[in-house]
Structures are given as C-alpha cells and as structure tokens.
Design a protein around this ligand. Structure first.
Ligand code: ATP
Length: 516
C-alpha cells in the first residue's frame, strides 16, 4: 500500500516537473517545430521513465474500487513465498507430517505412478498466532509453489452468488498457476455447520467450495490449506475424506518450542551477554509464537528508546510486561483509597499464589497498565499438561484471593475482581462439566444435559467457588500481618520483584498454609 502511494507520488511529481519544464520554456507554444531536438529528447525520456515505472510497479495504482478490482484480478493475493521450514521454529512433528505433502508436490510423478492420491486438503486448527499461516507459507516456499491467500471473511457477501463466484475464481487461478497452495484463513467464516446458521449466501459459498474441492483431478498439483480457531464449528461435509481430511492441531508452544521461536526472532538482533533465551522462554509460558515475535520486537524498540546498541535482559523484561499486562498508563489519576485497595488486592493474590505454590510470582505492581490498576506477573515453573483436582482448586483459591483480601481488610468488596471471577468461574465450570470433579459424579456433560440441568450445575459451580473463597479468606486471615506489610511496601515502592518478595517471606514469621 505504501509502495503504491510512493509510485503514484513519483508519477505525479514527474508529470508536474515535465509540465513546468515545457510551460516555462515554450509558452506560448506556436508550433512543435519551435522545440529543439535536445528538449524533444528530454520529453521523450521523461515519458519513457513514467511508462516504465508504471509497467514495472507490482502494485499499480488502482483506479477502480477495490471490490471490483478483486473480482477482476485475484493477482493481488498471489505470491511466491520466500518462507521455508527454517523460519518455522519448534512444531517439528507438524513439519514432519507435512514432508509427505511437500514430496508429493515436488515429485508428483512418483505418487501418480503408484496410483496414489495426494491429500487435497489440510486443516490447521488451534489458538491464534501459533504459526498456521506461517506453516502454509513454508509449504509453498519449500515447493516453490504459488501461494494464494484468502481469508474466509472475504467470501462473505451480502449478495447471493458473489462469494461462490469468488471461490470459483480463486480455484481457477490456482489450477492455472499450479503447483499452487490455496490458503484459506478463518475458514469458519464460510464453513460453519449449515444447520446452525442458515444463510443462503453462505450456504452457496460453502457448496461452491465443496464442489471445487471435489472437482480436482489428480493431475492438478493444488493443495488447499485451511486454518481455523474453531474446528468444532465446521460443517461435517468439509471435513470428510477427499476434502479437508488431514486435521493438524497447532497449539501454543511448549518451553522448548518457545526457546526455538525466540531464537528465530532474535537471530538478526544484537543481544547483550546478559540474555539467556532459556530464561525468557521460562517466563513466557502460555504465550503464542506471535506473542514471542512481538516481545522480541518490543525489546528491540525499548533498547533503541534507551539509546543502547544491544538488547539486554531489562529490555526483554519490560517487553514481556508490556505484552502480558498492557501499556503503562501515563499520568494515572488513581485515588489514594483506590491505590490502597489495589495494593491489598494484589498482595492477596501474591501471598496465596506463593503459599499454595500455584505459580512462580515474578513481580507485583500497582502501576496501572492497560485496563488493570495493578497486577501480579506469575508463571508456572514448568509446562504442565495434567492437573489434579487439588491443583485446579488452588488456582481458583489464588484467583479469588484478591477479592478475599479486600473483604478481610476493608470489610467491603469492589469491582476490581471482575476478571478474576471470570477466570475462576471458567475453571470451576470445566471441573463440573468436563472433568467430572463435582458432586454430579465422573461424567462429561453434553450441551443437552447442561441446558436441562442448568440449576444443578450452577449449584455445583457455586459450591466450588465458595469453598475456594473460604480457603483464600482463611489463608489471608492467618497471614494478615504479611498482607498488610506487602501492601504497605507496594504503596511506597509501587512494585515488588520476586527476589524482594522472597526476602519478605523469609523475614516474616513462617506463613501458614491453612487450605483444606
Ligand atoms: P491466526 O489464527 O490468528 O491467523 P496464525 O496461527 O495463522 O494466527 P501466524 O500468522 O502464522 O499465526 O503467526 C503470526 C506470527 O507469529 C508469524 O508471522 C511469526 O512471526 C510468529 N510465529 C508464530 N509461530 C511461529 C513459529 N513456530 N516459528 C516462528 N515464528 C512464529
């Protein structure tokens, strides 16, 4: 877009220059013969330069509305990908799985000779920012195929038939440009179950996609890769063999993958000796590849802001905080009473998290960031895949400890616990509905059961939350001095890091874990 504008500006500038040149010199022009040969040549050269710039600019200035332009030419989305598997860190098992597809495109005769059919459709599913688009581009890069990108929402139109026509055009293009990879991001925008959301235009678009996927013959080296965050919403017809029959989960990276991703994104950045990528990987539990790329970039920006020529660990810590907790609020106008409440609230979270050992507390702060007036930065010591009932319960206790601390000290509760309540309720409902960890017994509850027994389920969720709240209150009551001490120091210094928190805990009487 930027390049387009620059070309356009250059063209206009050159036109003005040539006009001024001619006007200045020959006005009023009586006859063309008045212009001498040298100047005629200059005008010709200028004109040729203008035409050459126009012809060779990839993004010609568009003189028609973008929707129409899209209809006319899908070239905008066409590309040769220069991304390879080396740019995709971690995700080794997925790269291995995709090797076969790559081999098919690169050596298709081998498979055809055997009468083997290549899987036409691959579906990546998983949380946002985990590298689904990157993987698709890497497949295109590894096979030197044309990469045709489309987002599901581009096909969603008000007028019946427009979406279907776009699908047809995209597939025609892919066949013409074969070998090619069609990547449809957010495929759920067109591929949701038809009975759930009946919409004539959407149904037609989905039908066209199904028809196009069936319409390939084995000679077309065209692979369709779809990506979605919600596999459960997709229409069965889209997932059946012969269409998107390979489903690959792309999840948030584990510790090892985070380290590799950080390595890729710091490769071209000057790092200080103080940086240990493994330590940064530890502190970024639960973050996606996109978050990690963002952190590496933020750290570089912070280093520039501080006039440093190397990125050090403080820059990384600030970048992690920026991504996890949001932007620091400049000149916050928080009342003293509110500050006191926030200090007690955050101290409550930190004390209970530490005593129950739910997570490593890295920092407590009452400096407002994003929408939060304060926060506790914490992360688990290692990647975990299984949680015991007690561990889940302890997570809820730590989440409710902020509200409990407010009630214990001020005998009053505030709106500050909204986010904590959401998270605690979510864990409690999962315990009841998915993990069979409630009085309802060891069963997973389906949608139908939940709809008809909503009150029963609500009672069970409430029991879990109330028990957790009681435990939080008990722990804080037994450690009230510690709570007041930490809140006091927070009010004075605004932040407490993990080292100082350990010191406070050591210097205090041994805190009591009285959770039951
Ligand atoms: P969404 O579901 O939101 O479309 P996505 O899963 O398609 O997200 P990508 O667009 O592929 O995510 O990733 C965003 C960015 O995150 C990439 O451009 C890259 O910089 C970084 N990234 C994500 N995963 C990885 C990875 N495994 N290795 C290197 N970089 C990664």
């Amino acid at each position: 877009m930027k390049r387009k504008k620059i070309y356009f500006l250059i063209m206009i500038l050159l036109m003005i220059l040539s006009f001024v040149f001619i006007y200045d010199k020959y006005f009023p022009i009586i006859s063309l013969n008045d212009i001498n040969l040298r100047d005629k040549l200059s005008i010709w050269i200028l004109t040729i330069i203008l035409i050459t710039i126009y012809i060779f600019s990839k993004d010609k200035p568009q003189l028609m509305p973008s929707v129409l332009a899209n209809e006319k030419d899908n070239n905008q989305n066409k590309d040769r990908s220069n991304i390879s598997f080396n740019d995709v860190a971690g995700l080794e098992e997925i790269k291995e799985e995709l090797q076969e597809t790559i081999d098919f495109i690169n050596n298709s005769y081998k498979y055809r000779k055997m009468g083997a059919k290549i899987p036409k459709g691959i579906l990546f599913y998983g949380p946002p920012g985990t590298g689904k688009t990157l993987l698709a581009k890497a497949v295109a890069g590894e096979t030197n195929s044309t990469f045709l990108y489309a987002s599901g929402s581009e096909f969603v139109e008000k007028y019946v038939g427009v979406g279907a026509k776009r699908v047809r055009t995209l597939f025609e293009k892919a066949k013409k440009e074969a070998p090619s990879i069609i990547f449809i991001d957010e495929i759920d925008a067109i591929g949701t179950k038809r009975n759930l959301d009946s919409n004539n235009e959407k149904d037609q678009t989905l039908n066209q996609l199904l028809v196009e996927m069936d319409g390939f013959n084995t000679d077309d080296t065209v692979i369709i890769i779809g990506a979605t965050n919600r596999l459960d919403l997709l229409d069965e017809a889209l997932l059946r063999p012969g269409r998107f029959d390979r489903h690959i989960f792309v999840g948030n990276p584990n510790m090892h993958a985070r380290e590799k991703i950080l390595e890729v994104h710091t490769k071209n950045k000057p790092l200080d000796k103080s940086i240990d990528i493994k330590e940064i990987a530890k502190k970024t539990h639960g973050l996606s590849g996109a978050d990690l790329a963002n952190i590496a970039n933020e750290a570089a920006i912070i280093a520039v802001r501080h006039n440093k020529n190397k990125i050090n660990i403080e820059h990384f810590d600030a970048a992690i905080e920026r991504v996890l907790a949001g932007l620091k609020v400049k000149n916050p106008t928080v009342l003293l009473k509110e500050k006191q409440t926030v200090a007690i609230h955050e101290a409550g979270h930190a004390i209970v998290s530490k005593i129950l050992n739910t997570d490593m507390v890295q920092k407590i702060s009452i400096i407002p960031r994003g929408k939060a007036l304060g926060y506790v930065l914490k992360f688990p010591e290692e990647d975990r895949y299984l949680f015991t009932e007690r561990e889940l319960m302890n997570k809820i206790v730590a989440l409710l400890a902020g509200r409990a601390a407010e009630e214990l000290i001020f005998n009053e509760i505030t709106t500050g616990a909204k986010d904590d309540l959401d998270k605690a309720t979510h864990i409690a409902s999962e315990m009841v509905c998915s993990y069979g960890m409630s009085g309802l017994g060891p069963m997973a509850l389906d949608e139908n059961y939940i709809r008809h027994n909503f009150n029963l389920i609500r009672v069970e969720i409430k029991k879990i939350l109330e028990k957790a709240y009681e435990n939080a209150m008990k722990i804080l009551y037994e450690n009230k001095d510690l709570l007041n001490y930490i809140a006091g120091e927070l009010l004075e210094k605004e932040t407490i890091d993990s080292k100082r928190l350990d010191e406070i805990f050591e210097n205090h009487e041994k805190p009591l874990d009285c959770a039951t």
